[in-house]
Every structure is written in structure tokens, then in C-alpha cells.
Ligand binder design. Sequence first.
Ligand code: URA
Length: 315
Amino acid sequence: MTQQPAPLDPREELRELTSSVRAWVEWHGDCGAELLPVEDSPEAVLGSLERRPAGPKGRQRPAAPERTHAASRPAFEAPPVRNVPERPAPPPPAPAPPGVAPAAPARAAPTATLEAPPLGLQERRARLSVLAETVKNCTRCGLHAGRQQTVFSRGDPGAELCFVGEGPGADEDAQGEPFVGKAGQLLDKMIAAMGLRRDEVYIANCVKCRPPNNRTPEAPEMASCMPYLHEQLEVIRPRVIVALGATALRGVMGTTEGITKVRGTWRLYQGAIPVMPTFHPSYVLRMETKEVRGMVWSDLQQVLKELGRSPPARP
Ligand code: URA
């Protein structure tokens, strides 16, 4: 995960290219994406969000044009390598008193800090490698007992875009990588449709061990494991996070809002990083409707716009 990818053999490169094109065509064919309108500018939507202060100085996310690809971010003077943060899990949102509308949006999980300057690529790799090792040995919750292996992440630690899922399934547990099963194949199609390579984004889950029978992770399991994801996001500091499904949204933002209600609307992680909630690929697979795929595609188009990209033209 933390090693530099070896240069691609030309045949391997061609194979990757072919599979990207195929994924692109399949995804677009499945969702009739070309017919879908792009929703309001995320900047406009973000502008209307309250940008919560992330610390005493009330740090805000820098304007999009000032941000460059992570690899070209300023190098960072190495702080001491931090291991798993022994920080308490965020408290559950307090119920609103009767007759009072609950405060919205829910508070970002407060375990990570985005106060420090962004890290250089080498430092990110080093930090993530230490963290992955810690995760490998983790016994913080009962899920460790049933795992074949931990599933830490896949992709580029210098990525601008980070996808967050729920937790490993059987395929991921067997292979030690997130999103390698059926849902992962669909996610790959979505990524290819966005004009990105799968190794160009970073993908991680809320929990790193497979829940039995692929059930939703329970609250104590999430509380035990989320500090790892917060640390990953803190290290990578992507420009945009996509929360895949309700559990991912709950983990990242600490909100229990329904995914159907909030998908397609921007949230702000730690007052700094835009988060786009969308449906989980497993849900998309279960639903098998153009409408659901179209909604996901419309969410991803907003993400592309926020990144200053447009979807590639049909090959
Ligand atoms: N679903 C997830 O949420 N994560 C995975 O890694 C695989 C399936």
C-alpha cells in the first residue's frame, strides 16, 4: 500500500486502458448518464454552508483554485510519527428537546485535526505505513476475532479524491484490499466514468475488519475503528471525500441523517473538506435501476466539478 507502484508494462497499461474504457461505457450505458443535468455548483452550495471553525483560528478550506494536486502540495516538516490516536470516540448527537428542530448539519467527528500543514508524499506514506501496521495488530473490538486479515486501504496517498465505504466483505477479507468484490467492480466503473484511474484515488472503510455476515458495523465497533479512518483522512487530506452510503456518512460526519435524504448535498468534514454523500455501490447493485445509477452519477458529477474536472467524452 505504501510502496511506489512499479512502472507499468505497456501490455499491462493497454489492458488497464481497455478495462477503463469498458467500465466507462458500461457505467454510462447503465445509467443513461449523458441525459442527466449537473446540479447546482458545489461552490455555491458550499458557500451556503456554515463553515465551522476547525480550531481556534477558525481555519477554512482554501478556495478550490488555490489547491493543487496533492503531490505538488508544499512539503511538510516531519512531525513525530503519531500512532493510533488514543482519543475518545465522538459522543452520539444529543437528541433535540421536544418541539425544537435538531441542529443541522451534524458535527464532524472531532478526532482528527486538519490544523497542521499538509504532509509531503513521503511523510504520508510513512505515517500510513505505521498506521496500517497498528491496524494489522488491532484487537480493539470483537471484529478482530473473525477476520482473515485487516483491510486498510487501496490507492494513492497523494489522491485528491477519497472514497469511504462501510467495511470489508468476504472478498475484501480474503484479499486484504477494500472494494475488490462486486461492489468494488461497480465502484471501479464509477471511477473510470469520472475519467480517473482506480489507483489515482484513495479508498478506505470505516471499519477495517469484516463484520460477520456482512452486517452493518455496530456503534462500539465504529467507535473503536473510526480513529483510524480519521487519521487516514488527516494524513491524506483529500480535496473531496465521497461517503458511500449511510454508514460511511455516519462515520465521517457523525450524522444519522438518511442517505436518501442527504445524498447529492455537500457536507463539510472538519470544517475543511467537502463531503459528498451518495449511495453505496452495493445498494446500487441491489436496486438495479437507471434512476438510482443516475442519482449516483449526478452526485459524482458534482464531485468532478468541485475538483475542477469534467467527465471524459465518450471514447
Ligand atoms: N463494501 C464496503 O463498504 N467496503 C468494501 O471494502 C467492500 C464492500
